[in-house]
Design a protein around this ligand. Structure first.
Ligand code: ARG
Ligand code: ASP
Length: 705
């Protein structure tokens, strides 16, 4: 049977809708650029990326290895999210200068605050190295032979490509090793804090509003890049000067309207768009439910204590936010996969792929690749669940055992390393004690042990735990173990290596942690890795065959932490039948959500005053101030802090989140419900002006126009 017109059209529809919403490599975004022009773009293709001339990539950096940030002035004022700068803002905060609570504004450069260890990364050049990396590689090679050939080629290329002394060349696989690209990078290491709104604005809505629309958050903070006198990267020094960028983004006060083009540029972390149907089923049916349930139990416990005790609330806020972020995301992901019928759509696409493959003469190979992968996913169920249960119940959501794991990592280092690293470990552990409390840790411990005992696949279950009385063990840890006692912990670190180890050997809490982490390294992780070992190679073949089957016009690689751009329009969405969400929120909505004294929805008195007096200045639009807006650009974790550019290539928004119904976009992008959420730049300027009264910052941005 030939592929009928109907089925073919279905497939094209399926891939085409996704095609528009991919994350393009800036140096290979020609098709995307043409579509942007069709949608009104007036910037040049060379603005997006040019290997020699200044282009947007020279203004957009990866922020501290995770988020994205952009330069918005000739003196390298840097804009990113509040939640990306949070660690830095917090580190400068004390009870007398509480920048988290009150905000921070540097009124001159001398007031800007250095952040040891912080860095930003520029990507200066992107080079397609596919042919050079795969030179001499043939399909009949074993995976091992293939890899060693690739490694040799990469080593050779690294010698051949000339880079500056302060640059580095990173070569990464794309499309599971079907393509390779090189990135010439520069790290700048003197990054200073310039401004941050009070967290009641920067984090407004906190966990309740996280991943949600309508949203009303001023999720931004400001930094500055410093360089040495030659404009080169340098460690912090009071002699450093603001870095003079090759390019900065112009801020537009024009705002956005429904239907406007937006371009998101940044460093998306990870998507898995090409996974077959059964892999999506594995993730949503085997993996996510376990993780969701464990975190649900932990969050319930933290919440119970946080509600009745202010000290505990303050202590656990950051852990709670971290745990709830992905708990909520996985829940949304599962619902989105169901709602968009992703699995059955993928099954249909796979049937079409097999049909096309057999018409083109590789039907047998195509079926084999899918069958082998299906089998691996079946075998992977237990090891993967075991891995996640161990990590979630013993590390992420178990304060005591987590400390045991940290101690164990130090014990595993030899004597010399021990001396070298001791201080760093003690600092980390001290931080852990500051963020937790034994009343909560004890309940978490008991609950997590119970979950582990009931749910750990038998082949991976630790016998000590099966026989353990958790209440007694909890008592013992609380009374006797270093894991529950910060003073004992400090004393432990006064000992030399031998005594240190000896003392831990007599600590039953530590021994339990040691036994669990040993399971992980000796049993669980190897099983997981060995079972899944063939997947990457099979995915590489599958991608290649998908291409050969002729069903994709162009296969855009999944996000992998490298520089990408995506585009879309300002659009609302229909979360449920008969219900439409507008794409723009305003200050009126902020005030509507205001709950005095609430940890998520409280507001600074000053903002209420500004609102009462309608002191909106030039930021007024339709009687209010715009706050957040929605777009159809494809984004993921890492895109936080990404600029949203308008048709002129000017900055109109700051990306920070996605809507809950569309968080499955990492696995399956559905243009109907997937939306990214941005802060309107006018709200950013409004807050700097009216809340911070930082006229110096405002002038710096405005005079760059
Ligand atoms: N959901 C956004 C992202 O994944 C924002 C996270 C920060 N906010 C929070 N409540 N944890 O990173
Ligand atoms: N909030 C995410 C981030 O921090 C962005 C997202 O997942 O949409 O990168």
């Amino acid at each position: 049977m030939k592929l009928t017109g109907y089925f073919y059209a279905f497939f094209i529809l399926l891939t085409a809708s996704a095609q528009q919403n991919r994350m393009w490599i800036p140096s290979e975004a020609q098709t995307a650029y043409e579509k942007m022009v069709q949608n009104g773009a007036r910037f040049k293709s060379s603005d997006l990326y040019h290997p020699e001339k200044p282009s947007f990539n020279d203004a957009i950096v990866q922020f501290n290895g995770g988020c994205t940030a952009e330069i918005i002035s000739p003196q390298s004022l840097l804009l990113t999210n509040h939640h990306c700068g949070y660690g830095a803002i917090q580190s400068h905060s004390t009870l007398t200068h509480n920048y988290v609570e009150d905000g921070f504004w540097a009124y001159s450069k001398s007031e800007e605050l250095p952040n040891p260890g912080m860095y930003v990364t520029f990507v200066r050049r992107i080079i397609n190295l596919t042919d050079r990396v795969l030179k001499g590689v043939t399909e009949d090679m074993s995976p091992k032979e293939r890899q060693s050939r690739i490694d040799k080629n990469i080593a050779k290329i690294k010698k051949e490509i000339k880079i500056k002394p302060w640059q580095s060349l990173e070569i990464k696989p794309f499309l599971y090793g079907n393509k390779y690209y090189g990135f010439v990078k520069e790290n700048y290491k003197d990054i200073r804090l310039v401004g941050a709104p009070p967290s009641s604005i920067g984090k407004f809505g906190a966990d309740s509003d996280n991943w949600m629309w309508p949203r009303h958050s001023g999720d931004f903070s400001l930094f500055r890049i410093y360089a040495d006198k030659n404009n080169r990267p340098a460690e912090y020094s009071p002699d450093n000067v603001p870095y003079k960028p090759e390019k900065y983004l112009k801020v537009s006060m024009e705002g956005v309207r429904e239907g406007d083009l937006i371009v998101i540029y940044g460093f998306p972390g990870r998507t898995r768009q090409y996974l077959p149907s059964f892999a999506i089923a594995h993730i949503t049916q085997n993996v996510n439910p376990v993780n969701i349930e464990i975190r649900q139990r932990a969050l319930d416990i933290m919440d119970k204590f946080m509600r009745t005790n202010d000290t505990l609330k303050l202590k656990y806020t950051s852990i709670y936010a971290r745990v709830s972020n992905y708990w909520k995301k996985w829940k949304g992901e599962n619902q989105g996969i169901a709602k968009s019928k992703a699995i059955s759509k993928k099954q249909k696409a796979e049937a079409l792929f097999l049909q096309s493959a057999s018409e083109k003469g590789f039907g047998k190979e195509a079926r084999e690749v899918l069958d082998k992968m299906r089998k691996i996913y079946q075998d992977l169920k237990d090891p993967e669940i075991a891995k996640d249960i161990l990590v979630e119940t013993m590390y992420i959501n178990n304060d005591w055992i987590r400390r045991g794991f940290i101690l164990d990592a130090l014990v595993r280092q030899a004597d010399t390393k021990f001396k070298e690293n001791k201080k760093r470990y003690l600092n980390r552990l001290t931080g852990e004690f500051r963020k937790t409390d034994n009343r909560v840790s004890k309940e978490l411990f008991i609950e997590m042990m119970k979950y582990y005992k009931e749910n750990m696949p038998p082949a991976f279950r630790n016998n000590r735990i099966v026989q353990m009385n958790f209440d007694e063990m909890a008592e013992e840890i609380e009374k006797k173990s270093v894991l529950a006692d910060s003073i004992k912990m400090k004393k432990l670190f006064d000992l030399d290596y031998e005594e240190f180890v000896k003392s831990l050997k007599n600590d039953s809490g530590y021994n339990l942690a040691h036994s669990l982490i040993t399971d992980y390294y000796n049993n669980i992780l190897p099983a997981y890795q060995q079972t899944g070992a063939g997947l990457n190679e099979l995915m590489r073949k599958y991608i290649k065959m998908l291409q050969e089957a002729g069903l994709y016009q162009e296969m855009v690689p999944d996000a992998n932490g490298t520089l990408r751009l995506s585009f879309g329009k300002v659009y609302g969405y229909e979360p449920r039948d008969g219900m439409y969400y507008e794409p723009i929120s305003t200050l009126d909505g902020v005030i509507e959500k205001y709950i005095p004294g609430d940890y998520e929805f409280d507001l600074p008195a000053k903002l209420l005053e500004i609102y009462k007096n309608k002191d909106f200045g030039n930021y007024r639009t339709n009687g209010s101030v715009p706050v957040n807006f929605l777009g159809t650009a494809h984004t993921t974790g890492g895109n936080s802090g990404s600029p949203a550019l308008n048709a002129e290539g000017e900055l109109v928004g700051l990306n920070f989140d996605r809507v809950w119904e569309g968080t499955m976009s990492d696995l399956f992008y559905d243009p109907k419900i997937c939306r990214n959420i941005m802060v309107d730049l006018r709200y950013v300027m409004f807050i700097i002006d009216k809340m911070g009264n930082a006229q110096n910052i405002l002038r710096e941005i405005q005079s760059s126009q």
